[in-house]
Design a protein around this ligand. Structure first.
Ligand code: AMP
Ligand code: ZN
Length: 113
């Protein structure tokens, strides 16, 4: 499968990895939108939020918990940060391997564009 995030998870293309375990990988976004901008992905290929089933509940819980831990390690937990998932073209998704954006290090605005 020609999926860039599967390739990062498998070590086939380089990324600035900041956390990994047997279920998830986190790395720096190539085009950062904030001083801290990481992506947290499941190793398992799931194309989008629309493809989740109840079988993925534990995995998604672990993904969010990993993002929370990473925010703490990066020193942005107290100030605050944003976790974001885009779904399909209308939601702004451009890479079709589910990922959580972790954005921080500046004031976030609402609504997002
Ligand atoms: P989304 O628009 O939610 O699908 O987000 C995809 C994100 O992946 C964008 O913020 C891109 O900058 C980022 N991105 C795409 N390719 C790579 C890559 N090879 N390494 C790191 N980040 C990437
Ligand atoms: Zn993939």
């Amino acid at each position: 499968m020609d999926c860039p995030f599967c390739k990062i998870a498998n070590g086939d293309i380089p990324a600035d990895i900041c956390y990994e375990d047997d279920k998830v990988v986190a790395f720096a976004d190539l085009n950062p939108q904030a001083p801290i901008h990481k992506l947290i992905i499941p190793r398992q290929h799931i194309s989008s939020l629309n493809d989740l089933t109840s079988a993925d509940n534990a995995l998604m819980g672990h993904l969010i918990h990993s993002a929370q831990q990473l925010a703490d390690q990066l020193g942005i937990a107290t100030d605050g940060y944003r976790l974001l998932l885009n779904c399909n073209a209308g939601g702004g998704q451009t890479v079709f391997h589910l990922h959580v954006h972790l954005l921080g290090g500046r004031q976030m605005r609402w609504p997002p564009g």
